[in-house]
Design a protein around this ligand. Sequence first.
Ligand code: GLY
Ligand code: MN
Ligand code: MN
Length: 488
Amino acid sequence: MYDCSIKETMVAADADENKQRKNGLYRRVSAELAENMRHGWADTERHGLEPVAQAPYTARRREELSARFPGELLVVPAGGPKVRANDTSYPFRPTSDYVYLTGDQSPEAVLVLEPGPRGGHRATAYLLPRSDRENGEFWLDYHGELWDGRRNSLTENARLLGLPCADVRSLADLLRAATGPVRLLRGHDAGVDAALAGRTTAERDDEFRVALSELRLVKDDFEIADLRFACEATALGFEDVVRALGAAGPTSERLIEGTFFTRARIEGNDVGYASICAAGSHATTLHWVRNDGEARPGDLLLLDAGVETRNLYTADITRTLPVDGRFSPVQRMVYDAVHAAQEAGIAAVKPGAAYRDFHEAAQRVLTEHLAAWGLFGDRSADEAYELGLQRRWTLAGTGHMLGLDVHDCARARTGTYVDGTLEPGMVLTVEPGIYFQSDDLTVPEEYRGIGVRIEDDILVTDEGNENLSAGLPREAAEVEAWMARLRG
Ligand code: GLY
Ligand code: MN
Ligand code: MN
């Protein structure tokens, strides 16, 4: 006898043939097998769970968001996996705003803050529940738990996250039925976007994005501890790379990338951005992520890499290292100039300072060195700085906010970020550099192809600042001594 409910499940599942083919189940489920798969599974519900360490922090963050949008329905999706090809996906990473407000990392999840009748909001995390075994979804669905692994139950998640959880499959109806003003983090969940179509405007969506970005400007203690850990893990990764440099050969940039990635996966979740493993003149290409070159003795290696922790906070650290362990005189000259600029930049990071101060302090020092090397002809360093002539070789800004995203808080308004004031709890990078392109005929030949950047992650404290990445040496002689020690 064929079981009707199972048949219905199969018909529904058949609508997505790819899923069925992938599972090798396409049209081949007998009623006996379907019935068999329903039974004989233990109850694995976990009881007595404690909330995650982040829970009190995420509750406070939600309260802050709630206070900014009284009376409005707030919707923050986590997003889902992006298709790589056919039925394969890129590794999933939830939206940073969803993680910030929940501490959760589930795909297809949505945080909803419903305005309460007496002010405030009621927060609910809408999540996929455990796969149903009665209707066969746990094995007939391509993303059933049998294939993707056990999920937390809604009860377990409510306990862990410290907020009510509900089935995300009921959310679209709830959103369609909702009345009143809505704010949506649009563009991450097509189903949610469709359910709220016409309910917000691009301008209102943008205001919401800006507010979420600005909420994250000042880090709380949980975030600072996690960023500290990210820096420590990244330092271990840099040490691994120094040890591996002895095996330099034709694929060394790949070897370096892979070596660092191994550490990132062991200590954390991933790398926080594509590692820049730039040897020789590749170091003058700021976004060098092809990493397909050699690292030869006599070259510099510019390694810009960061471990992303399991809570998804990332470090962003750069060291420029002599592949054979010793800077040449001209490499050292450029390195020392960048180091001096970084020292000036870091010294300018303190509460009450303008955000732009550290950039200007570092750029001035770089310009003075470039002037001293005669690169501006008859112009003084001041004149060159006024005209911005140093930018031919300094190229980029000197830093950015750091947190869940490597370029954190990117949607914050100019007035609160680049034209704003530093506050205790902000974390930013200070990363001056000098880059002499190998085809730059305006600099002495011996400078060409040299690129140096030094990048550290700086916490603004009540008194001034703390360098979270101080575990890695920066001064040239200390770098050489550190490399010699690691290579034994
Ligand atoms: N690694 C990206 C940056 O330094 O901004
Ligand atoms: Mn950076
Ligand atoms: Mn970087």
